[in-house]
Design a protein around this ligand. Sequence first.
Ligand SMILES: *[C@@H]1O[C@H](CO)[C@@H](O)[C@H](O)[C@H]1NC(C)=O
Ligand SMILES: *[C@@H]1O[C@H](CO)[C@@H](O)[C@H](O)[C@H]1NC(C)=O
Ligand SMILES: *[C@@H]1O[C@H](CO)[C@@H](O)[C@H](O)[C@H]1NC(C)=O
Length: 306
Amino acid sequence: MTDKEPVKMCVIGSTIWIFIIFIIITNGAPGNCLQQTSSGKNSDSAQSNSVFDDSLSRNGQNPDGTPKTGPYFDLAASKNVTALLGKTTYLNCRVKNLGNKTSVALQVSWVRHRDIHLLTIGRYTYTSDQRFRAVHNVHSDDWTLQIKFPQLRDSGIYECQVSTTPHMSHFVHLSVVEPTTEILGGPDLYIDHGSTINLTCIVLNSPEPPAYIFWNHNDAIISYDSGRGGVSVMTEKGETTTSFLLVQHAMPSDSGQYTCNPSNAQPKSITVHVLNGEYPAAMQHGGQAKQPRLYSLLLCLCLLLY
Ligand SMILES: *[C@@H]1O[C@H](CO)[C@@H](O)[C@H](O)[C@H]1NC(C)=O
Ligand SMILES: *[C@@H]1O[C@H](CO)[C@@H](O)[C@H](O)[C@H]1NC(C)=O
Ligand SMILES: *[C@@H]1O[C@H](CO)[C@@H](O)[C@H](O)[C@H]1NC(C)=O
């Protein structure tokens, strides 16, 4: 009975500690708040640069609800863009009512904010960087900036400017992302002889799903109709694409390096160790070994308290 007393204390003590840690974690929020307010300030200052942005969000109406007569941006069609590294992308700027100001022909330009570099004016491309091109069809309200082979350094703010006095601006944020590949549970995976190897490969940051995902085993492409049998792949495409490789009845010969090769991202590997018959028992011990460790951790916490 007396033996149980320290355990009781320990449970109470560790509960207190977990509670304290929980409070510390949730109180981490002030940092987030600071970030939010500072980013809030950023967007404020960005908005003060573009006097018209606010009224434009009313989509062609003045604050009193009457229709606008001057040009205005169609924000729903002039959105921020996430581009895939190296894949041609388009920044669109839709300007309504551009032609209605009669006498002076208004121009729509694209300016890169990083270095205030004028990229396009109307249908003409001004920059010497061949990757940029102005795209505009007559009678269309869309003034598009085409960027070929976008690089990570192209990320940033691009300004669509209308040559009214004072000029009107709409800011489009471009982020160029590199797809990344991950295999869950790496870099090493230990599997019991006879059980199923289940490898999960995730392709992140890919604006469009990879056309295909190959799996390799020790540099040879895995073929699903080989004599080995019991090998299957399931791929779920979406914002993040996931590919599952299942190898049933694992044998020691299934050990080795498995590589996930998406068509549009870097490959990623995991090393699988199939344990032959003697090891499973050891594995189970390994699993139980965690409990004493947890127990000693709780003991430590108790010692800290008392
Ligand atoms: C053009 O502007 C005039 C006033 O300046 C306005 O009456 C007319 O409705 C406008 N036309 C269009 C198509 O917005
Ligand atoms: C565009 O991205 C910037 C920066 O991430 C953000 O502040 C802004 O609100 C975004 N605009 C729209 C229309 O989503
Ligand atoms: C394989 O593992 C993934 C992730 O752990 C899981 O979602 C999936 O259901 C598993 N598939 C099978 C057939 O066990």
